[in-house]
Design a protein around this ligand. Structure first.
Ligand SMILES: O=C(O)CCC(=O)C(=O)O
Length: 241
């Protein structure tokens, strides 16, 4: 077994230093910035993970999430990032892995808003085959100050009780974070994490954007089951399992 797969299976996450290079990252950033700027075309897929319950949220998106960006910009799917991430997903969890959904999560400069601790599986419907992996790709250099990912080594395949931040914000759960590990990345680097792995990121306190492109992979048959139940990862956020 490769070291990457071994680490992933033992800890629930693994880092790949470089999924692709700077030129490829720049191509993605151009599309990414167009999507961020185009509030009309992305309106139905866009929200603020910080919730929208206060004066700041009227003028400022703190954690911009755009679900399924490749539905608005299909050329994203032609980018090598998607091919390479799928290749790793198959190596980690099996040849039947396919792209379920993609998303953008951007932390604008000085928005200083953490993404709370959660497990992705809390957002999903309960499926018989629980294999799922997310690839989180850095399109800027990321560190603790602008919101790199932190992970807790996975304990078991249980979804903890989650709650929503007020007014449609992210799901969060209470957990002991003593053993949490930050994973700084260079542009084009990525992490893969399991659907049960607890993760979080600090707010962005720097002068620059913190742009991440995320892809989620699961077995082809489970994607079909989700779609039959109307789950296409474009709807409102709530705890589902
Ligand atoms: O980018 C972030 O701050 C959080 C990302 C996340 O929660 C995820 O990829 O599942």
């Amino acid at each position: 077994m490769s070291i990457v797969k071994d680490n992933f299976l033992k800890k629930g996450f693994v880092k790949i230093d470089q999924l692709f290079g700077a030129k490829e990252a720049e191509k993605l950033r151009i599309i990414y910035d167009q999507l961020l700027d185009d509030k009309d075309k992305t309106a139905h897929l866009r929200s603020d993970l910080a919730g929208t319950n206060d004066a700041i949220s009227i003028t400022t998106e703190r954690i911009t999430q755009i679900m399924r960006p490749s539905m608005v910009a299909p050329k994203l799917l032609q980018h090598i990032a998607y091919t390479k991430a799928l290749h790793h997903a198959k190596a980690l969890l099996g040849d039947d892995m396919e792209l379920d959904f993609d998303m953008l999560i951007n932390k604008a400069p000085h928005t200083d808003t953490p993404t709370p601790w959660h497990q992705d599986a809390a957002y999903w419907i309960d499926l018989p085959d629980k294999r799922a992996v997310s690839c989180w790709i850095a399109l800027d250099n990321v560190n603790e100050d602008n919101g790199c990912m932190w992970f807790l080594p996975v304990q078991n395949q249980q979804v903890l009780k989650h709650n929503n931040l007020p007014n449609g914000g992210a799901l969060y759960c209470e957990t002991d974070t003593t053993n949490a590990v930050p994973v700084p990345l260079k542009i084009g680097g990525c992490t893969f994490h399991d659907g049960f792995t607890l993760h979080f990121s600090r707010g962005n306190t720097t002068n620059n954007q913190r742009r991440a492109l995320i892809m989620n992979f699961r077995p082809k048959k489970m994607i079909a089951l989700e779609r039959e139940q109307g789950m296409d990862h474009t709807g409102t956020r709530k705890q589902r399992s």
